[in-house]
Design a binder for this molecule. Structure first.
Ligand SMILES: [Zn+2]
Length: 125
């Protein structure tokens, strides 16, 4: 588990690679959208977030276990992240966007990842 924020670009790159291979083109990190989604498909009005299991509290995932020290501090901090995520998701929905959350632990198997991305992007188009 890495505690360094922003270091986890590997899952993001895996998502971009698979998406690109499926033939979809996207923009990255559009600032004007709530939460700065990692991949933006403007024409489809869809966005993808790639979430680190620890930082974004992937519930039930072994990677989201809190460090043994300063448990209270981490609990508060990460709960703040989680609430901010929920708020951004609500704002996106209100603006007519649909979103997909891809967890870091889902990016390791390219076949699984491709299935997730494909069903999201093909849905309702
Ligand atoms: Zn996870």
């Amino acid at each position: 588990m890495s505690l360094v924020k922003g270091k986890g670009t590997k899952p993001e790159l895996a998502v971009r690679r698979v998406t690109y291979a499926l033939g979809y083109r996207y923009r990255l990190h559009k600032r004007e959208l709530p939460g700065r989604p990692d991949l933006v498909f403007a024409r489809l009005k869809k966005v993808i977030f790639v979430h680190g299991c620890f930082w974004h509290r992937h519930s039930g995932c072994p990677r989201c276990r809190l460090p043994k020290t300063r448990k209270h501090f981490w609990g508060m901090k990460l709960e703040g992240n989680r609430l901010r995520d929920l708020k951004n998701q609500r704002l996106l929905r209100e603006q007519g966007w649909s979103f997909l959350l891809i967890w870091e632990c889902q990016t390791e198997d390219a076949t699984v990842l491709e299935g997730i991305i494909r069903s999201f992007l093909e849905d309702g188009t």
